[in-house]
Design a protein around this ligand. Structure first.
Ligand SMILES: [Zn+2]
Length: 282
C-alpha cells in the first residue's frame, strides 16, 4: 500500500495519458466499496472529503478507516481534502494524515485567492503534502447556478495564478458543475485547450457526474488528470437502497441493506475508473 500525494499519482497519469478518479467518502461503506473497486481494477484512486464530510466522520476516524481498509492490498491512493475552506482547516486535515489538500478561494477576488493559496502551498509543501486550488467558479446545478462565461477561468489569469502560487494542480472552471446536470453540460474545450497551453501543472475536472464519456476523453486529451465524482456514486447507493427496501420492506439487518447499496456504489466506481482510463495503472 502506498498512500501518497497527488504528484506521485499525476506523474504516471501524465506519462500514460489518463486521469485519476477522485471519489468523495464520508463513511465505511464508501471507503470499502471504492477501495474494493480500485483493487479489482488495479487502479490508482483519490479518496477525498469536503469539510462537511470530514466533520461527519471525524478527520482521525476517516483517515484511520481508509488506512485500515487499504492495508496489505497493494493500492496506490491519496487522501485529499476537497474544497478546503481555509488555511486552518487545511492544516487540521494535514494533522489528521491527509496527503493532499484543496483550497477553494474561488469566491475571493483572484489576488486574494492567490495570496491565501500561496500561504497554504508553503505550509503544505513543508510537510510533503500536495495542494489543489480553484480558479473561476465551478457552479452547482442543485443551487440553480448557471455556468455563464463570466464564471469560467481566464487562461492568462490561470497561468499567472499557477506561477504565483506554486500549486500542484489546478481546477480551472470550463463549464462543469456539481450535482446533476439538467441537460447536456456545455463545456468550453477551446478555453481548456488554451489553459492547458499556458498552465504547466495538471488540471482537475470537478462535477464529473453526468459528463458524457466522449467529453471526459476529450478533457483527458487536453490535460485533465483528476476527475471528481461524488453525486453519481451516492445516487447509485441510494437508488439501490430504495429498491432493496421496496423488495425487502421488513429487513432489519442494516448490514444486509448497506451491503446491497455498497455493491451498487462499487459498480458505479468501477465504471468511472474505466471511463478515466485508470484501470490497470496501479
Ligand atoms: Zn468540486
Amino acid at each position: 500500500m502506498a498512500i501518497v500525494g497527488l504528484n506521485e499519482l499525476f506523474a504516471d497519469a501524465e506519462a500514460r495519458g489518463y486521469a485519476v478518479p477522485a471519489f468523495n467518502v464520508c463513511d465505511l461503506e464508501n471507503v470499502q466499496s471504492i477501495l474494493n473497486a480500485a483493487e479489482e481494477m488495479k487502479a490508482p484512486v483519490i479518496l477525498q472529503a469536503a469539510r462537511e464530510e470530514v466533520q461527519y466522520a471525524g478527520g482521525e476516524c476517516l483517515v484511520g478507516m481508509i488506512r485500515a481498509t487499504a492495508r496489505n492490498r497493494g493500492l496506490m491512493l491519496a487522501i485529499h481534502l476537497d474544497h478546503g475552506p481555509s488555511f486552518e482547516f487545511a492544516a487540521k486535515c494535514i494533522r489528521y494524515g491527509f496527503t493532499s489538500v484543496m483550497y477553494d478561494g474561488s469566491r475571493l477576488d483572484v489576488e486574494k485567492n492567490a495570496q491565501e493559496t500561496r500561504r497554504i502551498v508553503e505550509m503544505a509543501h513543508a510537510v510533503g503534502v500536495s495542494v489543489e486550488a480553484e480558479i473561476g467558479t465551478i457552479g452547482n446545478t442543485e443551487m440553480g447556478e448557471v455556468v455563464e462565461s463570466q464564471y469560467l477561468a481566464d487562461p492568462v489569469t490561470a497561468e499567472r495564478f499557477a506561477e504565483q502560487t506554486g500549486v500542484d494542480c489546478l481546477a480551472a472552471a470550463f463549464g462543469t458543475a456539481h450535482g446533476l446536470y439538467k441537460g447536456e453540460p456545455k463545456l468550453d474545450f477551446d478555453r481548456l485547450a488554451e489553459i492547458r497551453r499556458r498552465v504547466r501543472v495538471p488540471l482537475v475536472m470537478h462535477g464529473g457526474t453526468g459528463i458524457p464519456p466522449a467529453a471526459v476523453k476529450k478533457g483527458i486529451a487536453l490535460g485533465i488528470r483528476k476527475i471528481n465524482f461524488s453525486t453519481i456514486l451516492r445516487k447509485a447507493f441510494i437508488d439501490e437502497m430504495k429498491d432493496f427496501m421496496g423488495r425487502n420492506p421488513d429487513e432489519l439487518m442494516t448490514m444486509t441493506i448497506l451491503s446491497a447499496a455498497s455493491r451498487a456504489m462499487g459498480a458505479s466506481a468501477r465504471e468511472m475508473i474505466a471511463m478515466c482510463g485508470a484501470n490497470g495503472r496501479a
